[in-house]
Design a binder for this molecule. Structure first.
Ligand code: NYM
Ligand code: MG
Length: 214
């Protein structure tokens, strides 16, 4: 009899800047670990790779790049980890990823690049089993001590990114793969809501691994 083993689940946390993503990823990581789950936390952009260093310098406004060129670099930065995501999932590890292709789509289309053009370079990447969008209102975002000095960290652009995320969510459809979480709520309430969605996937899944944008 063939042995039936589940693969690890692929969980993505998305959201605007100052939405509490990184904090919530850390909390979720701790909660998964204390439940005995084999989990790996990734973050995109990964600023440590050669491509990531170019992205970092662009975000810190130390260099200029064409909008399309930076979009393709963000995508390439995901392709750099695609095969390791896939092998970890097959080995039964849960992958928790702080941002993914949806950020690329939302931020670049909010800059005015055509939506379908923005989708193309990420086609074929491993698709998350669930994406949790931390939806923060402009009011709550403003209350959180303001933005840093990086590119894109300004209210007007963030509002356009928020609308772009809404479009992404509409196109992802229901089925529980795209979940909007109210990130204006208390940190603990947000954490509980995330756990409610992630717990059923913690022990792995029998679902075949899908690809973007299937
Ligand atoms: N960002 C992130 C993009 O514009 N495109 C992408 O594909 C990704 C993954 O970079 N403002 C933007 C969103 C953020 C910034 O992310 C860096 P972070 O999580 O603040 O380090
Ligand atoms: Mg940021």
């Amino acid at each position: 009899m063939p042995e039936v083993t589940k693969r690890g689940a692929f969980v993505v946390i998305e959201g605007l800047d100052r939405s509490g993503k990184s904090t919530q990823c850390t909390l979720l990581l701790e909660q998964l670990r204390s439940a005995g789950v084999d989990v790996k936390l990734l973050k995109v952009p990964d600023r440590t790779t050669t491509i990531g260093k170019v992205i970092d310098s662009y975000l810190r406004k130390e260099s200029e790049l064409d909008d399309r060129a930076i979009h393709l670099l963000f995508s390439a930065n995901r392709w750099e980890v695609a095969s390791s995501i896939e092998s970890s999932l097959r080995a039964g590890t849960l992958i928790l990823c702080d941002r993914y292709a949806f950020s690329g789509l939302a931020f670049s289309s909010a800059q005015g690049l055509p939506y379908t053009w923005c989708r193309a370079p990420d086609a074929g990447l491993p698709a998350p089993d669930i994406t949790l969008l931390l939806d923060v209102s402009p009011e709550a975002q403003a209350k959180r001590g303001g933005f840093g000095a990086e590119r894109y960290e300004q209210t007007e652009l963030q509002e356009r990114v928020r609308a772009a995320f809404e479009r992404v969510g509409d196109e992802m459809g229901g089925g529980g793969r795209w979940v909007v979480v109210d990130a204006d709520a208390e940190q603990e309430a947000v954490a509980r809501e995330l756990w409610r969605h992630v717990e059923p996937l913690a022990q792995g899944t029998d679902e075949p691994l899908r690809r973007l944008w299937d």
